[in-house]
Design a protein. Structure first.
Lengths: 638, 545
């Protein structure tokens, strides 16, 4: 008996049960963000935090996926994907796919090769990669041509006319023979490694250069007297799994080689290590770098991510039948109705009245308080929001130090001082003090995902569990109320925070650091005058502070090195979002580290990016070792 | 099956074995231990050294190889305990011979870094280089990380037993040129569960000798069968490995059952519900059960399962069998033996075995719990058997299974270990139902059931009581009225198979089904009359620890 599966938890996009399911779940919106020259002959490096969709993107160009797209071209739900691939020149209406996408992963043991003499090690690395390129190319070719059995590869002949002389890859005119060579070559290497024979046995193979790429870009495949697969694309995934020197060697040699076919290299940003914090992009004609996280982070990208996310979630929702709803967004109510929070609204109004009691006698605020009184009559969310805005402005005005004439403040002045940021802060205060739901709605769900597909799916999975419960309990409609969404999302955020030490190599320190940043931001956000409305969600290190971290002389000692490592890992794993801040008249330039938006939910912070505060490296080092706790106690919600 | 006949000893029986094995012959000994924080290793070593210094023992050479480890984050208290433990081990072994510490550095910074797998390979090679010429090799896994002792176990066996095929007229492969290989374990599943592993490394570590099936490109298209052996608090490690397991892989979770804690398997199912069942369509009929504290039972279960899959999947062109042992030490040893035996010979094998592991970088344990001596201390693996010291309460007589507390077989007065186990909400296991007949037939064939043939198989064979509603404080009791010649092992094996069959027929039973479930009521109704009859007779209980 199989358990019913949560469609948002299945990681189907990487190694799916079938290619048809992969194409059904694949959202083509990401193709719109792909650079125009991504298919030019050069080395293209794709980077992002885990779960941003790199492997999904690469997999979409493998022959089985392309054939599945082509076979489904007439299906309405997949026509959009097909059309986008046609627009890119990768598929045609009339002919079957011609692009030979060769997909390899570096998570297959290159880093585990013996660390012998450097030249031997490099030679063995090249030899193993070369035979795998050959093997995977020929197998992909079989998939592209729709072969059902490996033996059919014998029908393909290889034309070496344009291939320069290669020392490592033998000349075999039949594809089947070359496959056998590649398999035996690889197995012999592993057999030698497994027996600890070392130098006593036959020497391990070593290639002087990456001949696999040269072979791939020049070899001709002939099937039934017709040249096939003339378009090629080499995709190498999980580059972060290589050793530093192997990775540098691969990128450098490929760049120098100037391949005539596109070579896509994909890696997590953790591969950059501490260089990530002072990242300089090395770009040129032959090497192009793309960061998938930053792709969605600008204003246009944020809007596109929402539609991309909706596309992904709706496709997954259609892949289940437990909850009878077509679209995921339909299940999330994004409007809060006053009747659902009547008691909280009444409590909020009562609190406001008791807090402004002491200001009744102050002439300065007479008009503001009269205006507020009108809002206390209508007990609804909008009036409560107005009251909270008024309260914040009252506190701000009271705390102004400068001398001012005791003139009555007009209602127009209040409205002038009002702003969307202030309203955002007021909403958050309402949530914090009264328990009025804040984290709900599809738009906020997308923001919480921090432009990461995996995080989006994890949050959606939590909401789906709520929908399942409703279904089991026979509730009338499978729609999650704002209160329910708020609770489920906060629980999911809590689980994410709990999981940090279990899933990252510096997880324990990272958790302490993030908790401390969260506590610091909480104290800053919930100051009664909301000075940084809507709230603070990040900390900034100025250029001089960052310089202390990256200085070669290591002035901060091992703690500084550890902090650098922890920060780099947090940024690489999307726990912190890095943004540059420009210099102004009053301050130095620097780097802002915003908390992951899901973690903001856990710490009760707003979801907008913008508010940050300067800290020093010393502060961060202290927080990393000893967790900071908020000085303002969280208001108990009745 | 290489270990068709095995030896497994606990407690005082280990000393008797050492006497018979090591007396009156020259011993050139290599003792391999870990430079870790687990102080149970001291107890094991002291017992061995004390014995080896006794009369009739002749040590011509002895060396202690302490394996040191770098790169782990340990609390100050635990680090101090590690240093003290190492000093104590050296001091304990000093009467026999010197100590050599083997450490593989994993440099950081700008130097060429060594991967964890490569470091492990170097460590194993350093140990294998010491084996030549030794008559006795002892591997103490008490304070070794899991990946290390698995690698050492499988590779030492590979060196001693390069050819696993039995040839007519030749010595049994396990003869190994007369070299004795023992594994000592201080096992306490509860304590092992209290040691938490955190911060799993981002890179998976592969056991040397089992690289190809995981990494080779030529086998990536083969179907994969994954055997995660579950243990408490290893969710993060499992998640790391699960990320590399294809969605279409066949998953066979292995649960420790029977176990001292009868609810342990249920709790593990709940703990691993999301990664194994919610995220993947893993049918509960795939669950395998392996005895928590009997590595050879685990070995048989896993080897049998691996062989069945390998035979079935040959038609698909080949398969990859991936083992992830995250359970207790004894089950892990059993898994290691199964993987060793299944390891393919030659390049043309159409299957492969892999043991990927996510090594944690941080261990969290309280110094107090780490220093408590486990009551079940020391187990050893001979190349022909597993030896295990046990608690001192063991009875003197042994049945063939080695269980010293098999009272019924020894004819001793039964001891009621669970006097409160009088709840009437028990469910009778299917020994009384359809599989009982198969069990009886099996015993008949084994020639042991003849003397018991009074009143048929009911009441004569194993009857297991399982309390689904949790009313009974003890849970699982096993009693029988068989005669002294009955084979306990066969009962255990048959009982394990009953458990599996029941699990496949009634999927909810293992997760603690409600007393109101159809299964319980059906069983209660059917067996009420039998239960009344059984309660009137004297019956024996013993625990399965």
């Amino acid at each position: 008996m199989a358990y019913s599966v949560n469609p948002f938890l299945e990681r189907m996009s990487e190694r799916t049960t079938s290619d048809m399911e992969f194409v059904r779940l694949f959202s083509p919106k990401i193709l719109e963000r792909l650079a125009e020259d991504a298919f030019d002959g050069a080395v293209h490096v794709f980077r992002s935090a885990p779960g941003a969709g790199k492997t999904t993107l690469l997999r979409a160009f493998t022959p089985p996926a392309l054939r599945a797209f082509w076979n489904s071209r007439n299906r309405p739900e997949l026509s959009e994907s097909f059309q986008k691939l046609v627009n890119r020149g990768l598929l045609t209406e009339g002919d079957s796919p011609q692009l030979l996408g060769v997909f390899l992963s570096c998570a297959s043991g290159y880093a585990d090769l013996p660390s012998n003499e450097r030249l031997e090690q490099e030679g063995l690395f090249r030899a193993l990669l070369d035979c795998r390129i050959v093997l995977r190319t020929l197998r992909s070719l079989g998939a592209l041509l729709g072969f059902s059995a490996p033996e059919q590869l014998g029908e393909i002949s290889l034309d070496y006319g344009a291939v320069p002389s290669l020392t490592g890859i033998p000349i075999r005119t039949n594809a089947s023979e070359l496959v056998s060579w590649a398999e035996e070559h690889e197995q012999r290497v592993y057999a030698q490694l497994d027996t600890f024979s070392g130098s006593e046995g036959a020497p391990l193979p070593a290639h002087p250069r990456f001949e696999g790429v040269i072979w791939l870009q020049t070899i001709k495949f002939v099937h039934e007297e017709r040249v096939v697969a003339s378009q090629r694309l080499l995709m190498v995934d999980d580059m972060h799994k290589l050793r530093r020197k192997q990775r540098a060697l691969l990128i450098d040699e490929l760049t120098v080689m100037r391949p005539s076919i596109p070579v896509w290299l994909s890696e997590r940003t953790v591969a950059l290590g501490t260089e990530l914090l002072s990242q300089g992009i090395r770009e040129g004609r032959e090497l192009r770098e793309y960061n998938l996280d930053k792709m969605w982070s600008d204003a246009k990208g944020a809007a596109q991510f929402t539609s991309y996310a909706q596309n992904i979630l709706d496709r997954r929702m259609k892949n289940q039948d437990m909850v009878p709803v077509g679209s995921f967004t339909q299940c999330l109510r994004d409007k809060l109705v006053s009747s659902e929070v009547r008691s909280q609204v009444a409590e909020g109004i009562a609190r406001f009245r008791s807090e402004v009691e002491r200001l009744q006698a102050n002439v300065r605020y007479e008009q503001w308080l009269t205006r507020a009184d009108q809002y206390t009559v209508d007990q609804n969310l909008e009036s409560l929001l107005e009251l909270y805005v008024t309260r914040i402005l009252l506190v701000r005005d009271e705390s102004k130090r400068q001398m001012s004439l005791d003139l009555t403040l007009t209602a127009e002045e209040l409205e002038d001082r009002d702003s969307s940021q202030l309203r955002g802060a007021a909403e958050l205060f309402m949530h914090e003090e009264l328990g009025i739901p804040y984290y709900f709605g599809f738009e906020r769900l997308c923001v919480m995902a921090t432009s990461n597909v995996e995080e989006l799916l994890a949050l959606a999975a939590a909401l789906y569990v709520g929908l399942q419960s409703k279904q089991v309990l026979r509730k009338s409609e499978p729609i999650l109320l704002p209160l329910e969404q708020d609770k489920l999302l906060r629980e999911a955020a809590g689980r994410k925070r709990e999981f940090i030490p279990k899933s990252h190599s510096e997880g324990t320190r990272a958790q302490r650091l993030l908790d401390s940043i969260g506590a610091f931001c909480y104290d800053q956000t919930f100051a009664p005058n909301a000075p940084y409305a809507p709230g603070v969600t990040g900390v900034r290190l100025s250029r001089s502070e960052l310089g202390k971290l990256s200085a070669p002389s290591k002035p901060l000692g091992t703690s500084g090195t550890t902090l650098q490592r922890v920060l780099a890992e947090c940024v690489a794993e999307n726990l912190l979002v890095q943004r540059e801040s420009q210099a102004t008249g009053s301050r130095d330039s620097g780097t802002i580290f915003y908390l992951n938006r899901s973690l903001c939910v856990h710490y009760g912070l707003p979801l907008q990016m913008g508010g940050w505060r300067d800290v020093s490296v010393g502060d961060l080092m202290k927080w990393m070792e000893r967790r900071l706790t908020p000085t303002r106690k969280k208001q108990e919600v009745a | 099956m290489l270990w068709d006949h095995y030896v497994f000893r606990r407690g005082n029986a280990v000393h008797e074995l050492w006497d018979s094995l090591l007396k009156n012959r020259p011993v050139d000994l290599l003792y391999i231990a870990g430079r870790g924080f687990d102080v149970r290793a001291q107890t094991v070593m002291r017992e061995f050294v004390a014995g080896q210094q006794g009369t009739g023992r002749k040590t011509v050479g002895a060396k202690l190889l302490l394996l040191g480890f770098h790169g782990y984050e340990l609390d100050e208290g635990i680090q101090q305990l590690t240093d003290e433990n190492a000093a104590a081990l050296e001091a304990a072994f000093l009467p026999l011979g010197p100590t050599t510490t083997v450490t593989v550095e994993t440099p950081e910074g700008d130097e060429e870094e060594t991967s964890a797998s490569d470091a492990l390979r170097q460590r194993v090679k350093a140990v294998l280089d010491e084996i030549e010429g030794k008559t006795d090799i002892i591997l103490d896994v008490s304070s070794l990380p899991r990946a290390t002792y698995l690698a050492l176990l499988t590779n030492i066996l590979q060196k001693l037993v390069p050819d696993k095929v039995r040839n007519e007229g030749a010595a049994h492969p396990l003869h190994a040129g007369g070299v004795n290989f023992q594994v000592l374990v201080a096992e306490d599943a509860k304590l092992d569960g209290e040691i938490r592993a955190e911060d799993p490394s981002n890179d998976l570590l592969n056991i040397p000798g089992f690289f190809a099936a995981w990494q080779a490109e030529s086998v990536q298209d083969w179907p994969l069968v994954w055997f995660p052996v579950l243990g408490e608090g290893r969710g993060s490690q499992l998640q790391k490995i699960a990320a590399s397991i294809p969605t279409e892989a066949e998953v066979c979770p292995v649960l420790p059952h029977p176990s001292k804690d009868p609810r342990r398997a249920d709790r593990l199912l709940v703990e691993y519900r999301e990664p194994l069942f919610d995220s993947r369509k893993t049918p509960t009929s795939n669950i395998l059960y392996a005895n928590e504290s009997h590595p050879f039972e685990a070995y048989r279960q896993l080897l049998g399962a691996m062989r069945r899959y390998q035979n079935s999947m040959t038609i698909l062109g080949g398969c990859r069998l991936v083992m992830t042992p995250l359970g207790s030490k004894l089950i892990t040893l059993g898994a290691g033996l199964a993987c060793f035996e299944m390891r393919p010979v030659g390049l043309n094998a159409k299957y492969g075995v892999a043991i990927p592991h996510a090594e944690p970088r941080r261990y969290l344990a309280s110094v107090a719990s780490a220093t408590v001596q486990a009551r079940g201390v020391g187990a050893a693996v001979d190349r022909g058997g597993i030896w295990s010291p046990r608690r001192r309460r063991a009875a003197k007589n042994h049945c063939r299974c080695g269980r010293s507390r098999c009272h019924a077989l020894s004819g001793r007065t039964p001891v009621r270990l669970f006097p409160k186990a009088t709840s009437h909400s028990h469910v009778l296991f299917p020994s009384l139902f359809f599989p009982g007949l198969a069990q009886w037939v099996r015993l008949r064939r084994a020639g042991v059931a003849k003397s018991q043939n009074r009143g048929g198989h009911r009441g004569r064979l194993g009857i297991a009581w399982y309390a689904p509603g949790g009313n009974s404080p003890t849970g699982l009791d096993l009693f029988r009225r068989a005669g002294p010649r009955a084979d306990c092992n066969l009962i255990c094996q048959a009982w394990s198979e009953h458990v599996q069959r029941l699990g496949s027929l009634f999927p909810n039973w293992s997760s603690g089904c409600s007393p109101k479930s159809p299964l319980v009521w059906a069983c209660s109704v059917r067996t009420r009359s039998v239960r009344r009859r059984v309660q009137r007779t004297s019956w024996t209980l013993w625990d399965w620890s």
